[in-house]
Design a protein around this ligand. Sequence first.
Ligand SMILES: [Zn+2]
Length: 143
Amino acid sequence: MLETPHSLLGGAVGAATGNPWLAAPAGVASHVAGDLLPHWNPEFPFKSKKLYAFVIADFIVAEALVVAFWILFPDRPEIAIGAFFGTLPDIILGIRYTFKVRWLRGYQHLHGVLHWEAPLVYGLWPQLLVSILSVWYLVELAN
Ligand SMILES: [Zn+2]
């Protein structure tokens, strides 16, 4: 999935655990679950500068959400922790791609296996739905 839905889903799942220690593995698990949904995301190496800019912007939004969760829910650190760990698997992947880290090749393969990619037209809806449900859950918490 794109990074922003990973961050939102991780935050919601982290909140559901109610525990900052459980939020970390739950966030990672939410990443795997999210990637198993049919989804569209840009394939590395990205084909255009626009796509690079899009991926970087998506990453910045996702990590800004982590900070926002930290600020918005000061007594619920599990939300920010879940969101961060929801994005961590792709941060590791980014390190693998950027620095061509050899010993992360197996990790890259595993991440690729646990993926259901769909064309853009179909592949945005599941992510949108996941994002809406996650935001809805978090807004309910805040009220
Ligand atoms: Zn991923």
